[in-house]
Design a protein around this ligand. Sequence first.
Ligand code: HEM
Length: 142
Amino acid sequence: MTEQAVVVRSSFSRVFARKAELTNRFYHHLFLARPEIEAMFTKNFGIQKEMFSSMLALVVRALEQPKLFYLLTDKLRKQHAPLAINREQWKAAVDALMLAFREVLQDDLSAEEDAAWEAAATVLIGAMAVPDDGPKIGESLV
Ligand code: HEM
């Protein structure tokens, strides 16, 4: 992960300068791929989007700090556990994140960065997924 983490970090500011757009595109693609997910969101969606992008920024910064990364993803895992998100839905989240990155950055996203972000997204989602139901940490989803 280390080399990829460096690539992710170096392109981080370009992605997160447009985090509102990134978040909108993420949910758009997630709900398009798995329409049943939309109904899971019952609270203020504007606030939800802010929490999502803030948390995404935090976990990305923590990619090279295993203890912090574990603390953050453990919290996310516990927050999402009651939702019983299944394997296909987690996989859809990786795909939706990647589609969002590609749409927001377009030609600004190199092939190397694309691959690095995909690896990072897979690690993040793998760490968030409930162990008995979702993929294991490190197991490739793509
Ligand atoms: C298939 C993927 C995902 C699904 C179905 C999902 C679903 C949800 C739902 C239903 C909530 C509760 C919102 C509400 O009560 O209205 C939530 C909260 C949240 N999600 Fe996700 N989520 C997914 C992926 C992610 C990812 C990848 C992140 C990482 C940044 C994330 C970060 C959060 C945060 C920060 C909250 C707020 C928790 C709180 O209330 O404090 N989610 N998610």
